[in-house]
Design a binder for this molecule. Sequence first.
Ligand code: HEM
Length: 199
Amino acid sequence: MTRHPLAFVILGAALSAAAGLLMLRMFGDGAVGTGWALDATARVSFAFWLLTFIARPLNAVSRSDFSKALVAWRRQFGIAFASAHIVHAWFIVQIAALVPADFPPARFVPGGIVYLVILMMFATSFNRTAKAMPGRSWQYLHRSGQWLIALVFLNSSLQGIFNPDHNRLTHVVLAALILAGVGLRAYVWQRQRNRRQAA
Ligand code: HEM
């Protein structure tokens, strides 16, 4: 299978668009269907993101063929995550046009900042652009960006658990997946720290 980044730009966007359009078909293209399309596109991008979040720590504990493959394909999954999330932005524009009263400009500020970070990570996920980043700035951007995205996903899954209009079980599963990823990263970090101190 090709590892060409463009293939993953297309894959992420195509899966996300297909999930969103399926929701519009099932629930209509009004605010309700568009809300579902937002959830569906966010879930597609979440799946790609989770793979990038757990790849390195999982490989540190298991060294299996699967975890090695995840590490090798991590950048491609990150590209697919970002392009799937650009489709999420398309549905944000749609819902803001359908129910403008629910989307005052202030509502776009926190998410807009996260989008900016996602776009910067996306733009620097290609060989040429990654190499152009000075010093350790690539690592700083991508590590802090990963944690910021983790927080946003965790926040929306926790909100879903406590929102009676949402499916609680789905959000419990989503939150559990994120917390498992966070726990795995913390465990690997602590283990590496202990080893460094013992050496
Ligand atoms: C200006 C930026 C953003 C706006 C206005 C926005 C808006 C929305 C809306 C209206 C929904 C549907 C909520 C519902 O079903 O009640 C949604 C769903 C979602 N969004 Fe965004 N979003 C933004 C950015 C982001 C970003 C940056 C992320 C993650 C990195 C994200 C992750 C999600 C997730 C995970 C869901 C599904 C929530 C659920 O499962 O209930 N969104 N978004």
